[in-house]
Design a protein around this ligand. Structure first.
Ligand code: AMP
Ligand code: GLY
Length: 422
């Protein structure tokens, strides 16, 4: 088969790595890709939101299956565009992707079908949003309804901050995604992510993972896209994974189908493990980044077969196998990330680092120019290791990190601490 993968980050490199191992694969293309993906696929410089060019390219190359990895094109309807052109793709459809595209939709769905989540209300004006926020106590959580590049959530510690956050969103601080605002109760607990596949009728579990969102050690500093992750997450033991399937994933799949929004694709369930049990934080319609970089090394079964089964309603025939080892990934980012950072610094010695047993290095923001590997993004490398324990995976990952010669980069030194301190 000829497969086209859409995206350019570490998540996409991990997906390309898994797809490249598929017995079904003849040829892999990636738009736009990065320097790591270029070792596995033919990269084509088409942006993920350039739907016309992507569909045109797929038609020209007679692509058999498209894997759409990022949220923006899924929420924007890229799956529907491919399918309308007669090209099979992994979803969800635009109608299904509302699970990530509208926080208010998901909260209403939780209320209608009884999924445990934080108390909330949806608002279209600042005065009533502020009045409701005042009834919830502090901290209080203010969310822009739509996609906001992962930045649309503000946890306000004071009444003044909550008021400011509400005004900021209604004044267009997050663009149109803040036309509607969700105000919700703050949930206390430990966060974990659970992943599943759905074909619209049947859902099967993938695995759990935990990421580190803050930039610096000890979970301090600004929020980022994710500085590291591991899977499985000890906070989600098998019994809780089963509960996640029965209490959240399966009822959601059924409810989406009933509402004419058949959901076929990856389901990413963000959970808060509270004293009174797991509660939904959010749904995403895709793999997490960097969570995908720890799921793929653990997946023994063929990813391409599984993704095609979500598209063709064949998941009832599928049984996925997983390695028992733990996977852990350390994100190396450009100094300054998530704020301003310099582009173009050189990275050396990756080949040596990749020789550490159990290690796989996934690229995010890299480019190869004149034979040199350059950092061109915020998050740049994902140094991933398998091990028999979190401790062993962590030790291997950092042994590889320490072999990488990149003065322009930094990473956290404590990825996995929550799992190790349990
Ligand atoms: P989201 O974009 O919905 O994932 O929210 C971003 C982050 O905000 C989450 O990963 C949580 O850390 C935090 N968050 C969102 N909603 C809540 C809530 N109700 N209580 C506590 N933390 C929250
Ligand atoms: N790691 C969080 C995300 O992918 O949204």
């Amino acid at each position: 088969m000829k497969v086209l993968l859409i995206g350019s980050g570490g998540r996409e490199h991990a997906l390309a790595w898994a797809l490249a191992a598929s017995p079904l694969l003849d040829r892999l293309y990636c738009a736009p890709g990065n320097a790591g993906i270029a070792q596995l696929a033919q990269c084509v410089p088409i942006a993920v939101m350039d739907f016309d060019k992507l569909v045109g390219f797929a038609q020209e190359k007679k692509i058999d299956f498209v894997v759409i990895a990022p949220d923006n094109p899924l929420v924007g309807g890229l799956w529907d565009r491919f399918e309308a052109a007669g090209i099979r793709a992994s979803g969800p459809s635009m109608a299904g992707a509302i699970l990530e595209g509208s926080k208010g939709f998901v909260k209403d769905l939780c209320r209608e079908i009884g999924l445990p989540t934080a108390a909330y209300q949806r608002f279209r004006d600042a005065a009533s949003a502020k009045a409701f926020a005042d009834t919830l106590g502090l901290p209080v959580v203010i969310k822009a309804d739509g996609l906001a590049l992962g930045k649309g959530v503000i946890i306000a510690e004071t009444k003044a901050d909550s008021s400011k956050a509400i005004d900021f969103m209604f004044e267009g601080g997050f663009g149109a995604s803040g036309n509607e605002v969700v105000v919700e109760e703050f949930m206390e607990g430990e966060e974990a992510s659970f992943f599943a596949l759905s074909d619209g009728e049947t859902a099967i579990p993938l695995a759990g993972a935990q990421d580190h969102k803050r930039a610096f050690d000890g979970d301090k500093g600004p929020n980022t896209g994710g500085m590291g992750a591991y899977s499985p997450a000890p906070v989600l033991p098998p019994a809780l994974e089963q509960l996640a399937m029965e209490t959240f994933i399966k009822p959601t799949v059924a409810a989406m189908a009933e509402r004419g929004r058949r959901y076929a694709g990856v389901m990413y369930l963000g959970l808060m493990i509270t004293k009174s049990g797991p509660k939904l934080v959010e749904y995403n319609c895709r793999f997490g980044d960097p969570e995908c970089q720890v799921l793929m090394p653990r997946l023994k079964s063929d990813l391409l077969t599984a993704l095609i089964a979500t598209r063709d309603r064949q998941l009832h025939n599928l049984d996925l196998r997983w390695r028992s080892e733990v996977a852990l990934t350390v994100v190396m980012a450009s100094k300054g990330y998530p704020g301003d950072y310099a582009k173009g610094s050189e990275i050396r010695n990756l080949e040596e680092a990749a020789k550490v047993p159990g290690v796989e290095i996934f690229h995010a923001g890299t480019e190869r120019r004149d034979g040199k590997l350059l950092a061109v993004g915020g998050r740049v490398l994902n140094v991933t290791a398998l091990g028999r324990s979190v401790r062993e995976a962590q030790e291997r990952a950092y042994r590889a990190v320490d072999l990488i010669d990149w003065p322009g980069g930094f990473c956290r030194r404590d990825i996995g601490w929550r799992a190790l301190s349990r």
